[in-house]
Design a protein around this ligand. Structure first.
Ligand code: UTP
Ligand code: MG
Length: 603
């Protein structure tokens, strides 16, 4: 089995981790202290009952004293009520504390994840991050809400029972705990077995989950290629492994619990035999025997529970280790200590000998240099994988470059705060991403600076307003996760509106390659033209008209700039651009508007 972080189970107690965990408890220390104090009280109430029963049997019943019997019954009943009330308060406060702690922790993990650089996400599956924020933090809740406090409670109950038992009858107490070594050994064995199996269950569950997730995401491909049957049989295999691991664990539970029962019955039998003998001899009273039978029953439960608490501790320790590992991840693109301000942005961009690799050593951009004047528009073209998207990833400082520098208005982008940098530019990415919410919030991204009029204005300019107004709820129309209810072209127009609503000085556009119908194509071309007006813009172009209207065209090939020039200049050169263009022209012949075709000059 190839184990990942998720299946590793470590120690049940790790002082370093615990120390760090307790920092989160600190703000709620009073809850914890209160809970533990309450526990000391409530733990004593249960073991007090056999003592009361002993008195009832020996004093009241034996002496036919109805009055004192009534009093003891009332006291007994009161302890039960008191116990119920304290238990209620205790449960409420410990759960409250647990929820408050995991609330803080979730916020911390989420905000940390938001800060991480894209490099981290390139390497970490989304499912794993989600597990941290959900399951792992939930495991900690269990630790805080019941684990820690309940361990105290169980220990106190055992202590109280010991105190009462030994003060009542020393040798009967010894007999009761005679079975203890066997019980402890059985518990130890059980815990070890269950722990191993639990690890397997987790492993198979993780596989089950990722298989489900992947195959639901790719459901259209599976259905298109008629792969349902084979996928189901694959799933059945994983599911069967998972079932088997669970059944194995059931086996141990099925053996362990009856064993505990047998041991407890054995202890009671011993007490009746030995205690009964002592009653006949007259050295103890019947009440003592009664009390001991109850002590024995009471005594086994916390011991059995402690083994369960052990599992909670262990899971929580492993979870906290994973959470802290994520929180300690420092894949962060740091802000400069003294950021420079760009007053009166002109919008000049320069790449100076930039070399960049996503993975060290494998350069995807090599010595890239170009400069654009304010208000100019540049188109980048090149084969797939040439490094076009990488250029804009660098400009918005999603990744750190290895060599060279990128300057805006002569200032290195490393000296500008990331917030400022991203405020001056809008980027329309190749894959449009819409969030669940409304069309309105998808355009404004919940920014308070953007008014409803500006949203509408932006949509009008790029031509999205028309189809939005045709929807039943118009701008309030609900957008489902990933914008599943919208067409590709519609999504693109919404993302254009999003870029425009921010009114950026610099606009960057990674044109989507997906082919759309001619009508939408014209609509989008038109939208792009309007987007570019008066801004410095970089466009990764796939469409002919976009390329032609650019001030400058950069031709990328395998991470290097091979040609720079205007459309006409590059065509005249008969180099890479000429070839690319010819290829495109052939492909797109049918969809090019007539007037454009006349512009082409290549026949
Ligand atoms: P780009 O993503 O810059 O290529 O990847 P591109 O020119 O935009 O391609 P298209 O037209 O959208 O298809 C450049 C190189 O960087 C690698 C890719 O494998 C490619 O060879 N790359 C990209 C990474 O190693 N990691 C990434 O996260 C992205
Ligand atoms: Mg790309």
């Amino acid at each position: 089995m190839n184990k990942t972080d998720d299946e590793i189970l470590g120690k049940a107690y790790d002082s370093k981790l615990m120390k760090r965990l307790l920092k989160y408890v600190k703000p709620y220390k009073k809850y914890l202290v209160f809970a533990i104090l309450m526990n000391v009280v409530v733990a004593g109430l249960g073991p007090l009952r056999p003592v009361l029963i002993k008195i009832a049997v020996d004093k009241s019943i034996a002496h036919k004293d109805l009055h004192s019997l009534t009093i003891i019954t009332v006291i007994l009943f009161s302890t039960l009520v008191l116990q119920a009330i304290i238990q209620y308060v205790l449960t409420y406060f410990t759960q409250l504390m647990g929820q408050k702690i995991i609330f803080d922790l979730r916020v911390e993990v989420f905000s940390h994840v938001q800060k991480l650089a894209l490099k981290f996400f390139d390497k970490t599956p989304i499912g794993r991050i989600v597990t941290r924020v959900t399951n792992d933090i939930e495991a900690l809740n269990e630790l805080f809400a019941s684990g820690i406090v309940m361990v105290f409670s169980d220990v106190f109950i055992i202590v109280w029972i010991f105190i009462f038992m030994f003060s009542m009858s020393f040798d009967l107490a010894l007999i009761t705990i005679a079975v203890l070594p066997i019980l402890i050994y059985a518990t130890f064995l059980f815990r070890k077995k269950v722990r191993d199996i639990y690890r397997d269950v987790r492993f198979y569950l993780a596989r089950l989950n990722s298989y489900m997730q992947e195959h639901i995401t790719g459901i259209s491909i599976i259905q298109l290629f008629n792969k349902q049957k084979s996928e189901i049989s694959n799933f059945e295999k994983i599911n069967a492994d998972h079932k088997k691991a669970n059944i194995d664990s059931i086996f141990y539970y099925a053996v362990f619990f009856p064993t505990v029962e047998i041991l407890s019955s054995l202890a009671i039998a011993l007490i009746i035999w030995y205690g009964g003998g002592k009653i006949i001899q007259g050295s103890i009273t019947i009440g003592v025997l009664f009390a001991f039978i109850q002590f024995t029953e009471m005594f086994f439960r916390p011991i059995r529970d402690l083994s369960e608490k052990y599992n909670i501790m262990q899971t929580a320790m492993a979870s906290s280790e994973r959470i802290f590992k994520l929180l300690d991840n420092e894949t962060i693109i740091s802000n400069p200590s003294e950021p420079k301000k760009l007053d009166k942005l002109r919008g000049e961009i320069e790449f100076r000998n930039v070399s960049f690799a996503y993975n060290s050593g494998e350069y995807v951009l090599k010595n890239v240099s170009f400069k654009m004047e304010p208000g100019q528009s540049i188109a980048i073209v090149g084969a797939t994988g040439a490094g076009k998207t990488s250029i804009i990833n660098l400009l918005s400082r999603f990744y750190e470059i290895q060599e060279g520098s990128i300057l805006i208005d002569g200032v290195d982008i490393k000296d500008i705060s990331k917030q400022d940098l991203r405020k001056i530019m809008s980027v329309v990415l190749q894959d449009v991403y819409l969030f669940s919410g409304s069309i309105k919030t998808n355009i404004s991204l919940n920014s308070n600076d953007i008014t409803e009029e500006e949203i509408r204005e932006a949509a009008l300019v790029v031509g999205a307003d028309k189809f939005i107004m045709e929807m039943p709820q118009q701008y309030n129309e609900e957008v489902k996760e990933k914008g599943a209810t919208l067409s590709v072209g519609q999504k693109q127009l919404i993302s254009f509106s999003r870029a425009l609503a921010n009114d950026p000085q610099i606009l960057i556009l990674d044109e989507a390659t997906s082919s759309i119908d001619t009508k939408t194509e014209i609509l989008i071309q038109d939208a792009i033209k309007k987007l570019l007006m008066g801004r410095t813009s970089i466009i990764i172009a796939h469409r002919l008209s976009t390329i032609q209207s650019a001030d400058k065209i950069i031709v990328m090939h395998k991470g290097e700039i091979r040609e720079i020039g205007t459309h006409q200049e590059l065509l005249a050169k008969r180099g890479i651009y000429y070839k690319l263009y010819q290829l495109q022209y052939k492909d797109q012949e049918i969809s090019i508007p007539i007037q454009n075709r006349r512009d082409l000059n290549v026949n």
